[in-house]
Design a protein around this ligand. Structure first.
Ligand code: FAD
Length: 409
């Protein structure tokens, strides 16, 4: 087992390895953990039930209360908790009846931008950015996708052309980037040399106030309204080595590391939301009567809810398995692809199953289920589509590789 470089000290600040093992086991076995309760309470106190735009006050309070800092290393200004504790907190946020877009906004910064900074940046770059990020003083975006490069990230055309000793000129456009319309800083992936494919991909972190950076208005989308997304256009933006994250050519590795973690961890809140949809469905099944009995007495209804519980439990196990692997510094490519695939698909199913159990009332805006469906659907695309996760799993299984032919005797 290798140690995890994101931890400020072995075991993420815990005093004994046995504490960490106990934490990991209890997180996997049940959602009845104080950190889940802490997340739920924090959301109930700080995040309104519904928002139609980004709420800067929620962001500031998240910075004040350490939400960005839980599993960040102590020497970098974090609290040095284990990543599993951070996920339990986010699971708690998702289980509260609060706006999912704002929770998604917090999670993208914690699990995408911050992972890239902690795992990929030099000490000087971390010193420059992490205090601003962890305190909630800046809103950041993590920008890889382009109009013509979505699933195929190797096709990015945003170019950071070398212009001299340690200087570059950035041109190109990023698309559908979370928080882009309001971002203070962006971690942008560009190529310094298109002829060498992914070996040329390089990460830069820059302020969006720089000359040549243009943020679009929010692009209207079907859900997650309080986490606006949009385009970022770079026109002759002057960069220097000071803006580099990692080194020239290390961008693909930084992206892969961050996305592997993000792919699973962004979905912790969705696990909490699945739980609350099950609770709503049980209440409705017991409280609504047809034919003189609760609708939950009909097997069609009770089995549907039993199916939701099965998917929730299995999704939860996949999430915490991935988190434990991450905490232990082990490979998580397979686990995170499976977790992302299963949680995102099953949340969509859970929202629709809830609507079925609520009947016509479930179709009304008043019931609040339609917004859950619209919010959940975004998860089928961000951090890579379901098809891409299946490609990863199949490739790791070697499904497409021909069997070696046996020599004829
Ligand atoms: C709410 C939301 C937030 C987002 N936030 C960000 C962000 O902050 N930063 C960022 O960089 N990006 C972000 N994205 C973009 C997201 O990463 C992309 O949508 C995703 O990678 C898919 O790319 P695409 O939309 O261009 O789809 P495409 O790649 O065009 O795919 C279209 C369809 O073709 C299928 N397909 C494509 N290639 C293959 C293949 N090789 N094998 C099988 N099927 C394939 C896909 O599965 C899909 O069904 C966000 C997207 C959403 C919806």
């Amino acid at each position: 087992m290798t140690s995890n470089p994101t931890h400020s000290q072995p075991n993420g600040g815990h005093s004994a390895a046995v504490d960490l093992a106990a934490l990991h086991l209890s997180a996997m076995l049940s959602a009845d953990h104080p950190m889940v309760g802490r997340g739920r309470d924090w959301a109930n106190e700080n995040i309104p039930a519904r928002l139609d735009r980004f709420d800067a006050d929620v962001w500031k309070r998240a910075g004040r209360d350490g939400v960005f800092a839980f599993h960040m290393p102590r020497e970098l200004g974090g609290q040095g908790l284990d990543p599993v504790e951070s996920l339990l907190f986010f699971e708690g946020l998702g289980s509260a009846p609060c706006d999912m877009g704002m929770i998604f906004a917090l999670a993208t910064q914690v699990f995408a931008t911050q992972t890239a900074l902690v795992r990929g940046a030099t000490a000087e770059q971390r010193d420059r950015w992490l205090p601003l990020v962890l305190s909630g003083d800046v809103v950041t975006s993590f920008a890889m996708t382009e109009p013509d490069a979505g699933s195929d990230t190797a096709a990015i055309a945003t170019i950071a052309e070398p212009t001299g000793e340690g200087t570059y000129r950035l041109n190109g456009q990023k698309a559908w980037i979370s928080l882009a319309p309001i971002a203070d800083a962006v971690l942008v992936f560009a190529t310094t040399d298109q002829s060498i494919g992914s070996w040329g991909v390089t990460a830069f972190m820059i302020e969006t106030s720089r000359p040549g950076v243009t943020l679009s208005d929010p692009v209207q989308k079907m859900g997650l309204s309080s986490c606006p997304f949009g385009n970022i256009t770079f026109t002759n933006v002057e960069l220097s080595d000071h803006d580099l994250i990692g080194t020239v050519g290390s961008g693909q590795r930084i992206f892969a590391t961050a996305v592997e973690a993000e792919r699973a961890f962004l979905y912790a809140a969705q696990i909490g939301r699945m739980r609350s949809l099950i609770d709503m469905s049980v209440q409705r099944a017991r409280g609504r009567e047809q034919g003189g009995k609760p609708i939950g007495a009909f097997q069609a209804v009770s089995h549907r809810i039993a199916g939701m519980q099965l998917q929730y439990e299995s999704a939860r196990l996949l999430l915490y398995k991935t988190a434990v692997l991450y905490s232990q510094g082990q490979m998580l490519t397979m686990a995170s692809a499976l977790a992302k695939l299963h949680i995102s698909e099953q949340l969509v199913n859970a929202t629709i199953d809830t609507m079925r159990t609520f009947g016509a009332y479930g179709y009304t805006v008043d019931a609040g289920i339609e917004v859950e469906i619209r919010d959940a659907l975004g998860g089928l695309a961000y951090s890579g589509t379901s098809d891409i996760q299946k490609n990863i799993v199949a490739s790791l299984l070697g499904v497409g590789r021909p069997l070696r032919k046996q020599k004829q005797k």
